[in-house]
Design a protein around this ligand. Sequence first.
Ligand code: DX5
Ligand code: ZN
Length: 218
Amino acid sequence: MKKIAPSILSADFSRLGEEIAAVEAAGADWIHIDVMDGRFVPNLTIGPPVIRSLRKITRLPFDVHLMIEKPEAHLDAFIDAGSDLLTVHLEAANHLHRTITHIKERGIQAGVSVNPATPLALLEEILPDMDLLLIMTVNPGFGGQHFIPTMLSKIRKAKAMISELAPHVLIEVDGGVNLDNLSTVAQAGADVLVAGSAVFSSGDYGHTLAAMHSLLKS
Ligand code: DX5
Ligand code: ZN
């Protein structure tokens, strides 16, 4: 079953708990949490204390996307705060195998993300150790950007590579996903679709999530 993971980056941060409860009621499968450090990406967001507080208000899996340098220094803090899946960027992790191994040894799932310009070939040896591949379809740092069209063929290529080398690995697609392109992105091979502005800027979360789920079924 393909999943929708609303990104809280586009939520109203003054009412984060209510926003998460609202998308949970509307049919969200996972909650996508974007962590930015102002160094790996030109923006700053939230860290473990906020995630720890949010952990109390929902049982939905927390899909935590670390857009930070030296992620290895912060893994335990994010795991202790209640992450269910921790994704690090290939471009930011010097010892990716060690980082992934640590996340899995702590009992949660490990993902690796690649920026639009990063070739999939760099993942070949690490793929069997991963639980999820997060393909960025915008340059990370901000919500509300446009899907980069050349990323569709990257998703198809990733699907073929995963089918051959590590069929257990889920493909997550993040950036510019909306009601117009969701079907195409899913058909290209995405298992988990992140949607920030397409959900939180819509007037009716229930209506939007229902429309997204029905597109995934068709
Ligand atoms: C971008 C973040 C995304 C972002 C997606 O750096 O990783 O998760 O919130 O937002 P939309 O869906 O608006 O592109
Ligand atoms: Zn993200």
